[in-house]
Write a protein that binds this ligand. Structure first.
Ligand code: SAH
Length: 236
C-alpha cells in the first residue's frame, strides 16, 4: 500500500514505501515510513499514513475526458446509492466515474467500446484494488447484460442511443443519469425517453474555489470552467 508523507511545505505520495524515498526535502528511509512520523536526512519532519482511496484516486490515468468529483458527489447524494446497490456505467472512458461508484456500491459494470480506454479503466481498477468493478469492452447500445440495476450512468457522445439498453436493465425505481457537456445532447436525450422513464431534473454545477491565505481571501484566479450537465431520470 502506498504511503502519504506530509511536511509543512508539501504532500508526497510514495508508491513503493519498501524503498527509501527521495523528496525535495531530503531522503526518508523505508523503515521510517512504517511509523507515523519520519525525519529526512536533512532534518525535515513528516507525518506518515497509509494512502486513502482518495489519495490513490487522484492519481488515476486519464485518457478520455472524465466526470469531475463535483458531479460524482451529486450522483451519490441524489440517488442514495450504497453498499447494496448495483450500478452500470457507460462509456467507461478513464473509469473516473465507475471506479468511484465501485468504491460506494456493491457491484459496478462499465461498458467501454474502445479497447485502449477499456485497458485504461482496467489499469485504474487494478491500481485502486476494486474487485467489485467489471469492465467490459463492449458497445452499450447493443444491450446491457445486467438486470435489476439500481443506477445507470451514461457519459456518451450520443446518450439517446443507449436509452433502450438502460430501460431493459433498470429495476422499477432505478435511476438513469446522463452526463453531457452540451445542451443539444441533453435535449435529444430527454426527448427520446420512454413514458416510463421520467425526467426529474437537469443540473449544472458551478464550483468556485477560493484562495485563503491570511487576509488574501478571494476566488482563485484559475478555476475549473464548464464541465457538463447532469440529467436525473427515474424508471417507474
Ligand atoms: N465517464 C468516463 C468518461 C467517458 S468518455 C469517466 O469518468 O472516466 C466517453 C467514453 O464513451 C469514451 O471512452 C468512448 O470510447 C465511450 N463510448 C462511446 N460510445 C460508446 C458505446 N456505444 N458503448 C460504450 N462506450 C462508448
Amino acid at each position: 500500500m502506498a504511503k502519504i508523507l506530509i511536511s509543512k511545505e508539501s504532500k508526497y505520495y510514495v508508491k513503493d514505501p519498501s524503498k527509501d524515498y527521495h523528496s525535495k526535502e531530503g531522503q526518508i528511509k523505508a523503515a521510517d515510513m512504517q511509523k507515523d512520523h519520519a525525519v529526512s536526512n536533512i532534518g525535515k519532519d513528516f507525518s506518515v499514513f497509509d494512502s486513502w482511496f482518495i489519495d490513490d484516486y487522484s492519481r488515476i490515468k486519464r485518457g478520455a475526458q472524465i466526470v469531475a468529483r463535483k458531479e460524482i458527489g451529486l450522483i451519490i447524494s441524489e440517488t442514495g446509492i450504497n453498499k447494496n446497490s448495483v450500478a452500470v456505467d457507460a462509456g467507461g472512458g478513464s473509469g473516473a466515474l465507475s471506479c468511484f461508484l465501485a468504491h460506494i456500491c456493491k457491484e459496478v459494470t462499465t461498458y467501454e467500446i474502445r479497447e485502449d480506454f477499456f485497458k485504461t479503466v482496467e489499469a485504474n481498477k487494478e491500481m485502486l484494488g476494486l474487485k467489485n468493478l467489471t469492465v467490459k469492452n463492449a458497445d452499450v447500445t447493443k444491450g446491457i447484460d445486467e438486470k435489476n440495476v439500481d443506477l445507470i450512468t451514461l457519459d456518451l457522445p450520443a446518450p439517446w442511443e443507449a436509452i433502450a439498453s438502460a430501460h431493459q436493465a433498470l429495476k422499477a425505481g432505478g435511476f438513469l443519469i446522463n452526463y453531457s457537456p452540451t445542451i443539444p445532447q441533453v435535449m435529444d436525450f430527454v426527448s427520446n425517453l420512454p413514458e416510463d422513464i421520467i425526467h426529474l431534473k437537469t443540473i449544472e454545477i458551478i464550483e468556485r474555489e477560493w484562495e485563503v491565505d491570511g487576509r488574501k481571501v478571494r476566488p482563485k484566479t484559475r478555476q475549473l470552467g464548464h464541465t457538463g450537465f447532469l440529467t436525473f431520470c427515474r424508471k417507474i
